[in-house]
Ligand binder design. Sequence first.
Ligand code: ATP
Ligand code: MG
Length: 709
Amino acid sequence: MELQQFSSEAQFSASPTLEHLLKRDEITGKSDDYQVLDIPNTSSSIPTLATFLLSFDNLTYNVKVGPKSTFACCGNNTIVSPNKKTKSLLNDITGEAREGEIMAILGASGSGKSTLIDALANRIDRHSLRGSVTLNGEALESGLLKVISAYVMQDDLLFPMLTVEETLMFSAEFRLPRSLSKSNKKVRVQALIDQLGLRNAAKTVIGDEGHRGVSGGERRRVSIGIDIIHDPILLFLDEPTSGLDSTSAYMVVKVLQRIAQSGSIVIMSIHQPSSRILGLLDSLIFLSHGQTLYSGSPANLPRFFNEFGHPFPENGNPSEFALDFIRELEETPFGTQKLVEFNNSWQAAMNSNSNASNKPSLALKDAIKRSISRGKLVTGAVATIDVNLTSLVPSFANPFWVEVLVLLKRLVTNSRRIPEVFGVRLGAIIITGIILATMFWQIDNSPRGVQERLGCIAISISAIVYTCTTEAPEFIKERYIFMRETAYNAYRRSSYVLARSFFSIPSLIILSLVFSTITFWAIGFSGGVSGFFFYFLTTLATFWAGSSFVAFLAGLFPDFFIAFVIAIATTSYFLFFCGFLVSRDRLPKYWIWFHYISLVKYPYQALLQNEFLQDPSKCFARGAQIFEQTTLGALPTSLKNDLLTSMGNVLGMNVTGSTCILMGKDIAKLQALTDLNKWNCVWITFAWGCFYRILFYLTLLFGSKNKRK
Ligand SMILES: Nc1ncnc2c1ncn2[C@@H]1O[C@H](COP(=O)(O)OP(=O)(O)OP(=O)(O)O)[C@@H](O)[C@H]1O
Ligand SMILES: [Mg+2]
C-alpha cells in the first residue's frame, strides 16, 4: 500500500520535514494531507550512503556465578570467603551495523544473544561491560541513546483492554510532540497499522488470559509498533519472531526491513530464521558461549563454512545448517574454539579487502540533524543549527502536564472496560460496612457502648486499610508496562505517579461515601450532619493513606505475594499500636515510635474525638452504671444506690442514680486521645498518603533501572 500522500506544495521537497510539518500546523492549524513520517515501501529510496554506523569493539562481559556465600561450620566458626567463579557471557565481540540494514544475532539458547543486544542497547552497567559501542565514531551518551533508540522486549506488556488502534494512539500521544496536531498523530497511527498489517485487528482489544483478544502475532506487532511510533534511529529487538508462525514471523521481519530502509539501524536476535526471512537480513552474527563464530552477510555464509572445511548441501537453509553444525561442534571436546579462530582470521582477511570509504562521513550531530530533517525521530526534535546533541533531541517529547493527561486518559479508558476491578473493591466495602452496621447497630451511651465504640472504630479503620491491599495486583501488573515505557523516555516517572494518584481519587471518594453512609447512621455515631461530614473526610483520608501505602509496597516488592503479605502484616501492626489495645501512655517506651508511624492511629484518634469531644460533657455512665462489667453489677438496685450514697459521703458530694460519672472528656483522657486535635489527625493522615506517594515515586525511580549489573 502506498503510504505517502503529499500535497502539491510538499512535493517540491524530497520529503516533508518535521520542521515544515510543525510550521504548517502552526499556520493553518491542520495538515491532514501530510503523512507524518516518510517510511518508503520501495527500495528505490534507500539512502545511497549510510548516515549511521554503529560499531562495537571487543565487547566483554563477565559475571560472578556460584553460591552467594559459603559458610564452613567446622568447629571453630571460621567464615570461608565466597566461592565464586567468573562466567564469560560475552567474549571479545566486534562488529558493525549500518543504517538501512537488519543485523540478526543467531545462536542456540544460552549463546548470549539477549546479552549482546543488552550490551548494545546500553542495558548493562557501564562498569561491568568492557569494550566500546560507538555511533558514527562517537561514544553514545546514555541520555541520547534513550531518545534515539527503542528496545522491543521479548514479552508483550500491553494494557489488555485497549484496542490495537488505541494502544498505538496512546503511544503516539506520549512519543510524538504536542506541536504535532492530533490529526497528524492519527494519520501516523493509521499508516503504522497498515504497515504492520494490523488493519483487520485495529478495533480489537489486546486481551489477556481472561479476555479474548488479538492473536499472538498481532500482539507482537503491536509491541513493535508502540516502540517505533517516533521512528527511532536505532531499533533493538529481542526475538521479535519467537512464538509466531512462519507467515507472521516473515511479516514482522518485512516490517523491520522497511523501518531499516527508512533510515534506521535494526538489530535483532532470532532463533532459527526461515529461508524467506534469511533473505531479508543484511548481516548475521552467530554466537556460541558468548563468542563470535561468524559475522558477515548471509550470502557469504556457505563460502565461510566451505573454507572452514564443512561445505553445506546445495539446497536448503544455510542458517539451519550452520546452527546444526555449531551444535555438533559444541558437543565435541574442543568445542567451537577452532571455528572462533577461523572466524578471526577470516574477518581480518575480509577487512583488509574492504575499502574504507564505506565509513560514514558525517559526524553524529550532523547525521542526527540530517535524519530529523528527513522526518525521522519525531520526538519534538528540531534540526536547528549550532546546538549540542542533548539539546538537539529533547529527553521527552511532551511537557509534564500533557503526559499526566494522556496517562490519566489511558487509565480511565482501560479501567472502564474492566469495571469488575472496582466492582470487587466496592463489593468488599459494602459487605464490610453492612457487617459493622448490623454488628454495632445503634450503640448506646453506656460504659459498654464506650467499649463498643472504641472497637468499632479501630476495626473500621483497619478494614479500610486492609481493603486497600486489593490494589496491589493492579500496581504490580502496571509496573512492567511502566518499566518498558519509561526505559526509553515515553514519559516521566513523576507523571505516572501523579496520574495514578489523580486516577485513584474519584474511586476513593465513592468508596468512602458508600462506607460512611452505610455505617455512620446505622451505628449511631454522634454529631449529626457535621459529624457525618467529618467521619466521611476521615474515611477518605484513611483510604488515601492506605492506597498510597499499598502503592509504595507494590513499588518496593514487585512480587505480588510478598507485597500482599507485608501489607497485611504491617496493617495488623498498625492496629496493635494505634492505641486501641494499649493506650499510648501505657505502651512500652521502646514501642512508642511505632505508635506514631501507625496509619491507624490518626484516623482512629480523629473519629474518637469526633465521638467523645464534640460535646465533652456528654455522659456515658450515670450512677449505678459504674458497677456494670464488675461483680457489683449483679447486686440489687437498692443496694447499688446505697453504695453510691456511701461513696458520695466519703467524697463529700451528692452521688445519686442519675449523677454523671463518666463524660466524653474523661474517656478522651483515659484513652490518651488528646495529643493532637481531630483536624490535625485528619491532615496528618492525608500527609501520610502524600508521603507514601513520594516513596512510591522513589521506588520507581531507583527500582526500575532496567540495567544488568
Ligand atoms: N546474571 C547471570 N549470571 C549467570 N549467568 C547468566 C546471567 N545472565 C545470563 N546468564 C547466562 O548467560 C548465557 C547467555 O544468556 P542469554 O540470555 O544472553 O542467552 P540467549 O542466547 O538470549 O538465550 P535464549 O535464546 O534462550 O534467549 C546463558 O547461559 C545464561 O544462563
Ligand atoms: Mg534471549
